[in-house]
Design a protein around this ligand. Structure first.
Ligand code: LLP
Length: 443
């Protein structure tokens, strides 16, 4: 049995119940599908809290750690409340994520504002609500942020986002730390950025550096190296500009197990590498241990989430593939069509004794690229069966769309044989509520 939640394919308490149906934390998934309809996102609170605690324990020896959940992976009021109750702060990147936190009663002092093109209104709102810190991404933003802070009469704490020049082996679209990236200052630009802050920005207080190297990362050395770059730069800037930078934010990125072949390191392992690198670099540069921010997203919510679909039509291509189609697809989970992402799945209703068939799971959207899983073995899938796709907690709902004018699914939270709706299914009224019809004479 794998030791860390992110190394599991399934939520923690997943098993077959006496009826032979798949059950998560005591909730029969077939019943969930009947009660709430499909597609349905299911989040297991037990798995979510378990991984949150793994992170807390793994970093408990380091006093100055701040665990910040990367909201972009999954942001709803209930998820934010649960992670807040576990002591997590939040990495936010938009007015919408900020609004969701405030709406859930969470103080913005626990949040860090990231992003490469934050708007005036978003920054103003974040500052008015006393955001913990802002990660400043570019020269334009230094001036913009300072002028807003000045207008509000505030001194805003900032970190400087840098591009550490570290490449990791993940999909090109989710790599961020390599040199030619849209994010952050190149290391040749940090002097100029600091000079600008020191000379022109009385309302900004720079306290540290931020970097993020990518997502769905399985390597550990990249974190060791990233911290090396951050701390070397911290020391250099402190010496050159007589500063007292004392914080590093290393971003997120720890991978999860979508399919058997995936082998991400455990949370303990990654924490060990991070803390060792900090220690080694403190010795190397003779500096005090910095405050550490870490922003995991996928590894916090990914494994806790599954999506339930109902199988509808099927098609056997003569001498070719067998397709089975589900009632969702690229609108509720764009990852397979965007990144070629792979997923594991099984039939949720009692079919374990039925023969396995190799099929391709197609979505319902009008694009041939809308394929959720290519060539997977399922127990004799047929219409009416419930398909459970694992590991959909991260970047599924948060990247969902209304493509083809299909309604966004509901989300339920399960724990201790109880299920609660945490996101309602969208309605057609909501779907059309912002439509403005043309006046008669225009038609
Ligand atoms: N911090 C920063 C500054 C980030 O840009 C990200 C992710 C994270 C933290 C969290 O990374 P995580 O722990 O979730 O890997 N939509 C893609 C993933 C894009 C990630 C973007 N940034 C996907 O579905 O794979």
């Amino acid at each position: 049995m794998a030791e860390s939640v992110n190394q599991h394919i399934k939520p923690f308490n997943t098993k077959r119940n006496s009826k032979g149906n798949l059950e998560i934390s005591g909730c029969d998934t077939v019943k969930l599908a009947q009660t709430y309809g499909t597609p349905l996102y299911v989040m297991d609170e037990v798995t979510l809290r378990k991984i949150a605690n793994e992170y807390k324990n793994a970093f408990s020896s380091y006093e100055k750690v701040n665990l910040m959940f990367a909201s972009k992976a999954l942001m709803t009021g209930a998820i934010a409340q649960i992670l807040h109750s576990e002591g997590f702060g939040f990495d936010v990147v938009s007015g919408g994520e900020i609004y969701t936190l405030l709406n859930a009663g969470i103080d913005l002092k626990y949040a860090a504002f990231n992003g490469n093109n934050k708007t005036y209104d978003e920054i103003e709102n974040a500052l008015k609500n006393n955001i913990g810190h802002v990660s400043v991404d570019n020269f334009y933003e230094i001036s913009l942020l300072n002028s807003i802070a000045q207008k509000l009469g505030k001194k805003q704490k900032i970190l400087l986002r840098i591009t550490p020049g570290i490449e990791c082996h993940t999909h090109e679209y989710i790599q961020t730390g390599h040199l030619d990236s849209k994010f952050g200052f190149d290391l040749t630009q940090t002097d100029e950025a600091v000079r600008k802050i020191q000379n022109e920005c009385k309302n900004l207080e720079i306290t540290g550096l931020h970097a993020h190297i990518g997502s769905q990362i399985f390597e550990t050395k990249v974190y060791y190296d990233e911290i090396g770059v951050l701390m070397k730069e911290l020391k250099r800037l402190n010496d050159t500009f007589n500063l007292n930078l004392y914080e590093i934010n290393i971003g997120g990125g720890l991978g999860i197990t979508y399919i058997e072949d995936d082998c991400p390191p455990s949370v303990d392992k990654i924490a060990g590498v991070i803390l060792t690198s900090i220690k080694d670099n403190c010795e190397k540069y003779n500096i005090e241990p910095p405050a550490l921010y870490i922003e995991p997203g996928r590894s916090i919510v990914g494994t806790a989430g599954v999506t339930l679909y109902t199988i509808g039509s099927s098609k056997q291509v003569p001498n070719g593939r067998k397709y089975i189609a589900v009632d969702g697809g690229m609108a509720d989970n764009p990852r397979p069509s965007m990144y070629g992402a792979l997923y594991s799945a099984e039939i949720a209703n009692n079919k374990e004794d039925m023969p396995l068939q190799t099929v391709t799971v197609a979505g319902r959207f009008c694009e041939s690229g809308d394929i959720l899983i290519k060539n997977i073995e399922l127990n004799s899938p047929q219409s009416g069966d419930i398909l459970c796709v694992y590991n959909t907690g991260a970047y599924g709902y948060s990247m969902s769309s209304n493509y083809n004018r299909v309604l966004k699914p509901a989300m339920v939270l399960v724990n201790n044989s109880q299920s609660d709706i945490i996101v309602k299914r969208e309605t057609y009224e909501q779907l059309t509520q912002n439509d403005v019809l043309v006046r008669e004479k225009v038609r």
